[in-house]
Ligand binder design. Structure first.
Ligand SMILES: [Zn+2]
Ligand SMILES: [Zn+2]
Length: 106
């Protein structure tokens, strides 16, 4: 039992010497351990390159999405894009059928 208590003591002392503290990442909001006061974003976000991305608003749902900075074609989030493609196919097919009908009437 005594050894066990010592072990606990050792661990807690080790912890109190540890200058690291939990900070909340300014970028993604997760808690991370750091000893630097200047560090405001987690390891993952600091290695991440935000320069090449931009945030746009999905034109269907208003949700913020991140796309490549040079991407000018993306206007929707993935979910809406899937729905859009399905609908687009339907409309495209319907228009084609309509045209066929018109041609027949001519
Ligand atoms: Zn982060
Ligand atoms: Zn969307």
């Amino acid at each position: 039992m005594k050894n066990y208590a010592k072990e606990i003591d050792g661990v807690s002392r080790k912890c109190s010497r540890d200058k690291r503290e939990y900070r909340r990442c300014k970028n993604c909001g997760i808690l991370f351990l750091t000893s630097s006061n200047r560090k405001q974003i987690c390891e993952k976000c600091s290695t991440y390159q935000p320069i090449n991305t931009k945030t746009i608003i999905c034109i269907d749902y208003g949700k913020e999405i991140e796309v490549k900075a040079w991407d000018v074609n993306t206007k929707r989030c993935k979910d809406c894009q899937l729905i859009y493609r399905k609908e687009y196919k339907k409309i495209w097919y319907k228009n084609r059928v309509d045209r066929c009908f018109l041609n027949k009437n001519d």
